[in-house]
Design a protein around this ligand. Sequence first.
Ligand code: ATP
Ligand code: MG
Length: 555
Amino acid sequence: MENNTESNGVKATGSFINNFINEDLSGHTQDIVTRFPPEPNGYLHIGHAKSICLNFGLAKEYGGKCNLRFDDTNPAKEDTEFVESIKEDIKWLGFDWEDRLYYASSYFDKMYEYAVRLIKKGKAFVCDMSADEVREARGDLKSPGKESPYRNRSIEENLEIFERMKNGEFADGEKTLRAKIDMSSPNINMRDPVIYRIAHMTHHATGDKWCIYPMYDYAHPVEDAIEGVTHSICTMEFEDHRPLYDWVINELDFEVKPRQIEFAKLNLSNTIMGKRFLRNLVETGQVDGWDDPRLITLSGIRRRGYTPESIRAFCDMIGVSKANSTVDTAQLEYCIREDLKPKTKVVMAVLDPIKLIIDNYPEDMTEMLEIENHPDNETLGKRRVSFSRELWIERADFEEIPPKKYFRLTPGMEVRLKGAYFVTCVGCDKDDNGNVTAVHATYDPATKSGLNFTERKVKGTIHWVDCKTAVPAQVNLYESLVVPDENGELVLNPNSRTVMSAYVESCLKEAEKTERFQFMRNGYFIADSKHHTKEDPVFDRIVSLKSSFRPEKGN
Ligand code: ATP
Ligand code: MG
């Protein structure tokens, strides 16, 4: 079970967002309300985790509330599978929207009323121009736009046609409702933006009740205001839309005036995050579903073995800013290692096995050795591991002709078998093609672990699994799903998954689905939440042990 009780979220403390909120709070008390507003058209990814940690984290920091609002104003693509997965992911991350689960589509009536109010104020008009004509007349950064010939329709006429739009009297695209702002504004978003469009489409929640749908830039501030959101935190691409956001809020005289604050999206090195990309991979079968352990969807990294604590720590560490940047994926890996290191049992698993035969060890003998489960954490206890004449070791732990500084098995070299004895390599067997089929060694009974043997020292310690009790297991190793090609473009990595036929210690027979282990020298692993069984164990590598990332001092 994950421990979700001490959720921290992004420590935005001291960030520019805090400064804004503190500024808004100065002189009066106000309950802070934020929201996380996903569009239910895909599964959440690690970028969304940043937004979730930020929104729920700020609410918590200020003793306020954070709503979960499904932004389902677009009738095209919502799906209940996505709604359910999003709820599950947020809970897993350790956050709680309590009874504040909202759907933007449930505000359609109010949004319509507010649009009528804008018309009555002379602040919105029905336009008959086509989408192309509107685009044409919009102008550009250098030249102002041209006013629509329908801009000066009377309020009565606008009210009447808008109602007929709602009643389905016009075809898609035939008319739009536009805000009447300023066609010469230097900000193109303010040049009479479309706020309602006609779309004869069935909506998953409202069915065929509506054939006009609000545009995002109008809908979002209205949704925020209806919910009493005080701080509407979004990503940088909406910065230029903020004047329009404010215009909607001010024209509609909402009591609570939400403030939009933008921050830079999370980008990760060698990662493509967009929902559209992820969806395509899933739909074309290039990955095994949304929870493929190679995906940076939250369900993917959960299955991969990441903990909610590690994701929150990551979001905390990267902080928030307005400057776009790319975070090194090694930083995410660092966070999961740091989380698992002190609390995860260390056991032995041989991923690429070759046999080690200890020539001077009696054939029918088996010893039970006691090995600690963690080098620094005694509370994890000890376990008994069987040892006998034939062991599995990693193929890479033997070299007939060793490279320089090779301190593992090579003829004449003595190494320590973890928790057991010193063994000296005496040679190997080969098949007709010259491939090594088994390694031979002799052991020195005086060097048994625990006897405090001090006469000789060895440089290398290798792990092993007793052939008599070894458990065969499938072990999946992962690499980045996409890698840069020769032009620096990210393309699918053909080696993103390697399946190994491994031998693991017999204690792993008892491993439960989602149980995590460190496989000595091989990394952190999790018993696969889908395919692992006690009869056919399957382990996924969460992360290797080596790190290319060092946190800056102070982190
Ligand atoms: P994508 O670009 O992956 O399709 P989206 O922004 O369309 O994502 P939404 O469901 O609209 O997905 O996003 C919900 C919230 O998550 C929004 O507030 C959005 O700004 C935020 N968000 C999305 N991607 C990131 C990211 N990479 N970093 C931080 N926040 C993000
Ligand atoms: Mg979106």
